[in-house]
Design a protein around this ligand. Sequence first.
Ligand code: MG
Ligand code: ZN
Length: 216
Amino acid sequence: MHIVQPGMELDVLKENSKIANANYRLMKEHGIKSVDFMGSIGAGKTALIIKLAEKLRSKGVRVCAIAGDVTGADDYTRFEKSGLEAVNCSTGHECHLDANLVSKTLSKINLDDYDVIFIENVGNLVCPADFPLGTDYRVVVISTTEGDDMVRKHHDIFLHSDIAILNKIDIADAVDVDPEVIAGDYRKLTGGIKDIYKCSVKRDQGLDEILAAMKL
Ligand code: MG
Ligand code: ZN
């Protein structure tokens, strides 16, 4: 939860962006490219990261994942089971990762061992937007199961992201959602210059395009 006292919020955000810059520099010094995956619980962030990492690993790219969760280690366990090396990062009570938590987690990783770090943020479409972590790309993941109004309801996180992904297009009909409505909302929000990436992690559709968008 956010506990923000009057006048504190700006300081908190300023401090966060200072540490985010340091995270960015540290990863660059080690030749690491990094991506922050934001999105609701159930959007498919964990599965998406696993699939993207598999594709990269098959090309010899060394990938590590940071699993951000309020408590527990479920995503971390899924990463490890898939063969993806991962580090757990529990936020305690916070509903988002911040640059300081990521900084502490980076200190536990041997950065020379990796080319790419994928960070799974806490499942939440609101406050992760306010806390850049120092990654090359910020990505927001939604799925058709969340309805067709996610872009209209959550402008901020879409505007704060470099790449937007609509997952589970294979079941759009079954949940009565038209992906084109979501795509249209996103296009409009971004002034007609950006398209949402449509994919199905389950059916391995649209994932190469997403890697290309991250220049990976
Ligand atoms: Mg997850
Ligand atoms: Zn939060």
